[in-house]
Ligand binder design. Structure first.
Ligand code: PLP
Ligand code: CA
Length: 292
């Protein structure tokens, strides 16, 4: 459908909506909370859906956190969860590298632009990496660095892939190093392509903006593993053996969450209005108006 059904205050529509799906994939920031502020009625709404036998999965593009970090964040907000119910873009990237990309021996190291959440997910999958939070890259570039990068002596010949996520310490040395690997044929991946991410009062540069200089330098687009990448959807589908027609993606951003939910659903015939959600509501807790 190219029109959206508005759910708030419409009990019959809410009942039909809830009955239509077995699995709810929840975007986190903007749907469950904003920054550190949990929206009203979220804990109760998730409990309500679970009590009706619905499977709940948390799907976030935030690449700075591992699934364990997210489980802690959910718990701190009063939301119980299993690590297995959490899909974050760092995890999605790690499983893409280990299960789909399958880097050959001798070229299996990943150069990371990003924070510890990426490193811990790579480590869990047994993927060797460098860069990331290495303090030796958090500094100004020297003439020696220029020389070593130019002749390759400062590069690890086993790097076969560059993974760009949100790196709060991005600098010229890291970008130059990543570029040299890409120029030597490393695969180019991005955890997600969000140009910005929201905080309570403003937006800040997102992971997608960290990879822009590399896109500009190489004239290549990275394979992105967060929403709306269908690689992420495929791994969620594989893990839960879910029926996509009975799975609902709940999100706030049209070009990430809603596109993520729509692609691959021919039955929604969404080509003419690509990123229009099938249903929308003012807030998630409006679903509690359903009949128990
Ligand atoms: N990336 C970062 C670094 C973030 O902090 C956030 C939200 O907090 C996001 C992406 C978007 O996350 P979500 O997909 O949960 O809306
Ligand atoms: Ca969001």
């Amino acid at each position: 459908a190219s029109t959206s059904k508005y759910l708030t205050g419409d009990t019959a529509a809410i009942n039909e909506f809830i009955d239509r799906f077995d699995v709810f994939l929840f975007d986190c920031d903007g749907v469950l909370w904003s920054g550190d502020h949990l929206f009203e009625g979220i804990v109760e709404t998730l409990d309500f859906l679970r009590s009706k036998g619905k499977k709940v999965v948390f799907v976030t593009n935030n690449s700075t956190k591992s699934r364990q970090d997210y489980q802690k964040k959910l718990a701190s907000l009063g939301i119980p969860s299993e690590v297995e119910e959490i899909f974050a873009s760092a995890y999605s990237s790690a499983i893409y590298i280990s299960r789909i990309l399958k880097l050959p021996a001798g070229k299996n190291k990943v150069f990371v632009l990003g924070e510890s959440g990426i490193e811990s997910e790579l480590a869990t999958e047994g993927i060797p990496f460098l860069g990331g939070t290495d303090p030796n890259l958090r500094r100004d570039m020297t003439q020696e660095d220029f020389n070593g990068l130019a002749d390759g002596s400062a590069l690890d010949p086993e790097v076969g892939c560059v993974l760009a996520g949100l790196d709060f310490h991005v600098n010229y040395l890291k970008l130059s190093t990543a570029y040299q690997y890409l120029a030597r044929g490393a695969k180019f991946l991005a955890t997600n392509t969000d140009s910005t991410f929201p905080t309570a009062h403003s937006f800040f540069p997102g992971a997608g903006s960290i990879s822009v200089p590399l896109i500009n330098m190489t004239d290549q687009q990275p394979t992105a593993l967060g929403k709306p990448s269908q690689a992420m959807m495929d791994s969620i589908e594989g893990k839960f053996q879910l029926d996509r027609a009975r799975t609902c993606m709940v999100g706030d951003r049209l070009n990430t969450d809603i596109q993520f939910g729509i692609e691959g659903k021919e039955e929604w015939e969404a080509e003419d209005a690509k990123f229009v959600p099938a249903y929308y509501a003012d807030k998630l807790s409006d679903l509690r108006a359903a009949q128990k």
